[in-house]
Design a protein around this ligand. Structure first.
Ligand code: COA
Length: 309
């Protein structure tokens, strides 16, 4: 869906969207598709690239805020589709930081020896919780999924450190008010459009910039690394100006930053694994490279991962 398609829906312009966000297009799932359908496609590719069968997976973690149903977990739908009969599965709701929260849990469970092959997926069908009459949000989001498989290694590489944070005091900056036990689905909640994303964009923007700048600096410091040693920054794809500010804080040249929000918009928990996949596929990551992943989202939540590839 292009920016000119957006112009037909709401009072906006191609120039405004590109200038304020960097987004040119976003992908919208078919009406029949739910999060587990997208998660399934990404997971099949991950299994194939890892040379594994679905039966080899012993845990499935799906990060999503647009699960197929309130319950069961989307991880269970995915398990069923894949035939991952030896796995347990659960979902993580940490909005746009969800993939890194999932990776954090996977990292801990692998390091403790409790699991050996964990499928971590970020999958979102945000188009289904987007208010297509609200120009302040509808231009931002897109649908997608990405997947990784995490396992132990004896080599001197892997996830070096992970950092997760949240601050519930600012929950109202970005949320979906309806459909949960606070405002259960009713004719009234639907009439009031409470099942759609509500965001105080400008306030969220300011907190995101400040928080991410601090987070990336702290992540490198705690690992005794200088930003010049970084090969690649893979940020959550919410807004090009936020990404630019984070890169500037690290004095990182922009060719070391993965940006694909022009094509996909903000896909929440899916953005980082999609960007990671594209970086790997295009040869931008080599063995031994230090890569930094970071995300920020509703909750508020934020997270980072430093990986030696
Ligand atoms: N088209 C045209 N005008 C728009 C618009 C659109 N799609 N959306 C908002 N506007 C208008 C606003 O109504 C406002 O008009 P006003 O000044 O007459 O009131 C003006 O543009 C500025 O709005 P503002 O919200 O201050 O713009 P902004 O520069 O902050 O950009 C966002 C808006 C949403 C792009 C930006 O705030 C953002 O990216 N926020 C953070 C998103 C994020 O990181 N989320 C968390 C992670 S998921």
């Amino acid at each position: 869906m292009s920016n000119s398609d957006m112009e037909k829906l709401v009072d906006t312009s191609e120039e405004w969207i590109i200038e304020r966000t960097g987004i040119k297009e976003r992908r919208i799932a078919d009406e029949s598709q739910a999060a587990s359908d997208l998660a399934y496609e990404a997971s099949k590719i991950a299994l194939e690239r890892a040379g594994l069968q679905a039966e080899d997976i012993d845990l499935i973690i799906v990060a999503t805020v647009t699960g197929d149903m309130p319950f069961p977990a989307t991880a269970c739908f995915l398990q069923n589709k894949l035939g991952a009969v030896n796995a347990a599965g659960f979902d993580i709701n940490a909005t746009c930081s969800g993939f890194l929260y999932g990776l954090y849990v996977a990292d801990g469970l692998i390091k403790s020896g409790m699991h050996r092959k964990i499928l971590v997926v970020g999958a979102e069908v945000l188009s289904k919780i987007t208010d297509w009459d609200d120009r302040t949000t509808c231009v931002l989001f897109g649908d997608g999924a990405g997947a990784v498989i995490v396992g132990p290694t004896e080599e001197d590489r892997g996830i070096l450190s992970m950092h997760i944070n949240s601050d519930g005091r600012m929950w109202d900056l970005l949320h979906v008010p309806g459909g949960g036990s606070r405002n259960p689905a009713s004719k009234e909640t639907i009439d009031k459009k409470l099942h759609y994303i509500k965001m105080k964009g400008n306030e969220t923007f300011k907190v995101a910039v400040r928080t991410l700048e601090e987070l990336v600096v702290r992540t490198l410091e705690e690992n005794g690394l200088d930003s010049s040693q970084l090969s690649l920054l893979i940020p959550h794809q919410a807004n090009l100006r936020i990404i630019q500010a984070t890169a500037d804080r690290l004095k990182l040249p922009f060719d070391k930053v993965v940006v694909n929000l022009d094509k996909y918009g903000n896909t929440s928990a899916a953005s980082i694994p999609i960007a990671l996949d594209e970086a790997v596929a295009s040869g931008r990551i080599g063995k031994g490279d230090y890569i930094l992943l970071e995300a920020f989202g509703g909750g508020l939540t934020w997270a980072s991962a430093l990986i030696k590839w």
